[in-house]
Design a protein around this ligand. Structure first.
Ligand code: PRP
Length: 283
């Protein structure tokens, strides 16, 4: 059995997030200076540090077995890789944008106009579906300034918080896709068991990150109403208490919903409501 090769971004936010996720999943490695490779301790796994936009191509070509990159870049590369899982980070939208004061309101207004983007393939496919022929200005960065530079009438770019749009006085006229960081896999996998182990471990960390463990006591007569508020990942664990009229519940709740769930449970008559963060899990 050979080594499993995982490609991760070499710099930027995605690089930090990928290293952190793999470390939390128990894959420990240290990158020496600007080295392109690192060996994972106690595992037949090698990490390769690459440009994010090369990762889909190199995974498709079989140079790496698994890769961490943006789903936007996977779509733009257009190759035949398998998306194994979403990593719950780097959520953004790919959007068609124009100047705030532009008369353009939809893609169909862009006929014969210029669109600057670093996503020419995705943009071309989108325009093709709309039956619009436009001139694409293909760039690798700083797309957001191209309208004010007079290079383009519209841009197709990623929007995360929207602050780049505000800073450049732009507005969205259409959303082309929703994206996030994903784990991709080469279709002809030589090390399927090892790849599956990486996926299982990452899943444990990602589910743990998005859920909390909630514990509370509830009068038995209110249990079914409480279970509607907190249905759990599979189902809640219910235990008896000394007082027969009460029971204790342990349940996983999406972190985003935890405050609302605690308030609803309190209103229902629950007591001793405790939230605990989960470090890792296998479900
Ligand atoms: C991306 C994208 C936008 C910006 C959007 O650029 O190209 O410019 O983020 O984020 P916001 O909505 O939170 O402002 P990134 O910082 O990844 O660098 P890039 O220009 O090299 O693509």
């Amino acid at each position: 059995m050979g080594n499993l090769r995982i490609g991760i971004p070499s710099k930027g936010r995605l690089a930090v997030q990928s290293e952190e996720l793999l470390n939390l999943a128990g894959f420990k490695f240290r990158r020496q200076d600007r080295s392109l490779f690192a060996k994972v301790r106690d595992a037949k796994i090698e990490i390769t540090f690459l440009r994010s936009d090369d990762i889909p191509v190199l995974c498709d070509e079989g140079a790496i077995d698994l890769g961490v990159t943006g789903s936007d870049l996977v779509e733009e590369a257009g190759g035949d890789v398998l998306t194994r899982m979403k990593l719950g980070v780097g959520k953004c939208r790919l959007a068609l944008c124009v100047a705030e004061d532009s008369p353009i309101t939809s893609a169909s207004d862009l006929k014969s106009l210029r669109i600057a983007t670093s996503f020419p393939n995705v943009t071309q496919n989108y325009l093709g579906e709309k039956g619009v022929q436009a001139h694409l200005v293909k760039l690798t960065g700083s797309v957001e300034v191209m309208i004010s530079l007079g290079v383009a009438d519209a841009i197709v770019d990623l929007v995360e918080t929207g602050s780049t749009l505000v800073a450049n006085r732009l507005r969205v006229i259409a959303e082309i896709g929703e994206h996030e960081t994903v784990l991709i896999q080469n279709q002809k996998q030589d090390e399927p068991e090892l790849a599956d182990q990486v996926v299982r471990r990452l899943e444990g960390v990602i589910i743990a990150r998005s859920y909390s463990l909630l514990e509370y006591n509830i009068p038995r007569e209110k249990l079914s109403a409480a279970e509607e508020i907190t249905p759990g990942f599979n189902s809640p664990t219910v235990s008896a208490l000394e007082d027969d009229n009460w029971c204790a519940v342990r349940v996983m709740v999406k972190r985003k919903k935890i405050i609302a769930a605690m308030e609803a449970l309190e209103s229902l008559g629950a007591a001793a409501i405790l939230e605990t963060k989960i470090a890792n899990c296998r479900l």
